[in-house]
Design a protein around this ligand. Structure first.
Ligand code: IVH
Length: 719
């Protein structure tokens, strides 16, 4: 007698079934028997692919083929739910566009300025002294520690418990990698020791040793997978796995060297903070040293450089940091890097190779960029096969010709640079490169603009505007890129495809894609390279971006001269997109109040103000915006600095300042949203006058402008 297992009923004999079931049920039971065999086969196949994909990092079939198998299994289980088993449930992390949640950093994660020559390192120390007004003989402690070549990570502990881990991302918003970080042994789940602050954000570098990297690559190759380029990439790839079981198998390490939000400071110096992190249970770099002069820093730099090869992990320089945290606070930041720290990098690595060809790429602003196509060569552990040649003049200046043997250089993350040709190896028939005067993408004339001062732009630009397919597709890529809308699953390849097929020609089309796909005969999911799951995820990712931070939205529009920093400045100043748009439109007249307002935003000068005005003056852009704003709502941004008592004011410092240097005063005022000017005019709001103030003070009195002392200034801004 036959026995059948039902998940909800247990074993049932076919005799028992016939006794209890209707003819319909009997027929269904027969079909179920057939389905069971099919299900077993499919489930086994899917399981094998899951193992290959997740545990061995080596998929055996394309995502589309996998999706098809999965769909068959799903539909079988939909018809016969009793067949579903835990093993046949969808694989974890299978969705290609499943995303990490975003984490907004309580304190931004900034980058470091670089220096290369010893004199530049000496200048860093001198600059710090000047800024602080420290006499030459006053002591100044600076720490030196290796710059680890990994990826930075911020770990948030509340009452000593690890609650969140985030990658750096764009410095303001990173990805939540908590589950993965919990698998790293060197990262404590719970902090130990005395005086652990209630909120304690420890930052540092996740890295992989050279030995572990080599072993991992060996496994990758054996599994038929492409190897990682270097230990840093493999550490990043390992940390950003959707399945933390994979991260757990990757040997990652961590050095603590910085911090974010702290409810209390365990020390008052950089060196003391690192010692505190060690006491809390972190690994800290043993080569960290406290120095007292530029000479000592350079000596330590040389010592670390000598040890570089035998350290076991990659480093690309030495980081110098002012030790006293009060001084760090006074020094503050310029743009996105601290004034109190700098990375002293090691010399770049060089190699020679052959220049096979020069390709011209057309960017979103129509710029024609020459790209050198090289015979692949390894420099600094990375295979390089192309490098930028920047522009026409650069090619002429270096006189590089197709067929030349050239020297290339690569330092850290920096894109490889072409230093120049090896003259003796030039082939007899090599001709100087003739830069094209027409756009390779659309055939329009490409010109070099001449500005008001008669200076010729270094860049040759296509005049085709949006007629040029290269420009419009590049604008779309920019709009979706990581620091703009950041639409997961809508990478360069997909955009190119959608653009070629006429599905997405302007940003708003991205957001109407789903609705149009519903009505279309040929669906996205049926296209090569897109399964049902990936299309579903793509639409979800698109919809998730219907609300987007204002600065990202502005950056995504790709106005000329409006990069990330200026986008953030505009967002902060205007708070809403409507406010920016209104001023941008009104600013087309160079003498308008609106133009003056744009001009007056700290860091935004004439060139940017004009570019913003030009953008809004262009009818086509207005149309694009109208359609786009039907789909997307840029989130208003709080104007951070408007709350300070001097925000928006124009201030002049004059006379001698006794409590801070002029440079420090300026930086402080700017941090609080004020504009610092060198001369007194009717537009000046406030003059801070120290002893010896002369004509500026007189002028201020003449115009009836408020004048205060340095002490009064400090009291005013203290709150
Ligand atoms: S300090 C505010 N110290 O370098 C300064 N950074 O170029 C915070 N890095 O994103 C950074 N080793 O990933 C600091 N000992 C070290 C470092 C280090 C590596 C990386 C870090 C950062 C990047 C900045």
């Amino acid at each position: 007698m036959q026995r059948i297992f039902y998940p909800r009923r247990g074993w049932v004999t076919s005799e028992a079934m016939t006794q209890q079931q209707s003819p319909d049920q009997i027929r269904r039971a027969a079909r179920l028997e057939e389905a069971r065999a099919e299900h077993q086969r499919l489930a086994a196949e899917v399981a094998a692919h899951d193992i290959a994909y997740h545990q061995q990092d080596a998929p055996l079939i394309s995502d589309a083929a996998y999706d098809a198998l999965r769909r068959r299994l799903d539909s079988l289980e939909a018809r016969f739910p009793e067949l579903a088993t835990p093993e046949s449930r969808p694989r974890i992390g299978a969705a290609p566009s499943e995303k990490f949640a975003k984490v907004r950093h309580a304190v931004p994660m900034l980058s470091l300025g670089n220096v290369f020559a010893p004199e530049e390192a000496e200048e860093f120390v001198a600059r710090v002294r000047r800024f602080l007004g420290l006499p030459e003989d006053a002591p100044l402690g600076i720490t030196a520690e290796p710059k680890i070549d990994g990826l930075s990570c911020s770990l948030r502990y509340i009452d000593g418990e690890l609650v969140q881990a985030a990658t750096r991302g764009d410095g303001f918003e990173g990805e939540d990698v908590t589950a993965n970080v919990r698998t790293i042994r060197e990262i404590p789940q719970r902090l130990v020791g005395e005086n652990v602050p209630a909120i304690c954000e420890v930052r540092g570098e996740v890295y992989m040793t050279k030995q572990d990297f080599a072993a991992l690559n060996e496994r990758q190759l054996q599994a038929g997978k492409p190897p990682f380029a270097n230990p840093r990439n493999s550490a990043a790839g390992s940390l950003r796995q959707l399945d933390s079981a994979i991260t757990a198998q990757r040997p990652l390490h961590f050095f603590a060297y910085a911090w974010g939000e702290m409810s209390a400071m365990p020390a008052q110096t950089q060196f003391g903070m690192i010692a505190a992190f060690k006491a809390f249970g972190f690994q800290v770099n043993p080569l960290t040293t406290l120095c007292t002069s530029a000479e000592e820093l350079l000596a330590h730099w040389r010592l670390i450089e000598i040890q570089r090869a035998t350290l076991g992990y990659d480093i690309d320089g030495v980081v110098y940091k002012v030790d006293d945290l009060d001084l760090q606070r006074r020094l503050g930041f310029v743009s996105r890097a601290p004034r109190w720290a700098v990375a002293h990098k090691f010399a770049a690595e060089k190699a020679t190779t052959i220049l096979r060809d020069i390709e011209i790429q057309v960017g979103r602003t129509g710029a024609l960029t020459p790209v050198a196509k090289l015979e692949p060569v390894t420099v600094g552990g990375v295979v390089v096969s192309s490098a930028t040649l920047h522009n026409e003049d650069e090619i002429a200046r270096k006189d590089v010709r197709i067929g030349d043997t050239i020297i290339i250089q690569r330092a850290g993350d920096v894109i490889p640079q072409i230093l120049g040709p090896v003259a003796e190896k030039r082939p007899a028939d090599a001709k100087p490169y003739a830069f094209p005067h027409v756009c390779p993408a659309c055939g329009s004339v490409a010109v070099r603009e001449v500005d008001a001062k008669g200076e010729v732009d270094a860049v040759r630009r296509c005049t085709g505007g949006l007629v040029c397919p290269a420009q419009s597709v590049e604008r779309l890529k920019h709009f979706c890129s990581r620091n703009a809308l950041d639409i997961e699953g809508l990478g360069d390849r997909q955009i190119e495809l959608f653009h070629t097929e006429g599905l997405v020609m302007s940003p708003a089309d991205i957001f109407t894609l789903e609705a149009r796909d519903k009505r279309a005969m040929k669906k996205l999911k049926d296209r090569e390279g897109f399964g049902e799951t990936s299309v579903r995820n793509l639409f979800a990712a698109i919809n998730a971006r219907r609300n987007v931070p204002l600065n990202r939205f502005i950056f995504g529009l790709g106005m000329r001269h409006v990069g990330e920093t200026n986008a953030r400045r505009l967002a902060r100043h205007f708070g809403t997109f409507e406010a920016l748009r209104e001023t941008g439109r009104a600013a087309s007249d160079p003498d308008s109040e609106a133009r003056t307002e744009l001009n007056g935003i700290e860091g935004v000068g004439d060139v940017v103000a004009e570019a913003v005005a030009d953008f809004f003056a262009e009818k086509h852009n207005e149309d694009v915006l109208d359609s786009l704003l039907n789909e997307v709502s840029p989130e208003p941004m709080e104007a951070v600095q408007t709350s300070s008592p001097v925000a928006g004011k124009t201030i002049v410092f004059t006379g001698a300042l006794e409590r801070m240097t002029r440079e420090e005063a300026k930086a402080q005022a700017e941090r609080l949203g004020a504009k610092v000017s060198g001369s007194v005019s009717k537009k000046t709001d406030l003059v801070v006058a120290g002893p010896g103030a002369g004509s500026k003070l007189a002028k201020a009195e003449e115009f009836g402008i408020e004048v205060i002392s340095e002490d009064e200034w400090l009291t005013r801004v203290a709150g």
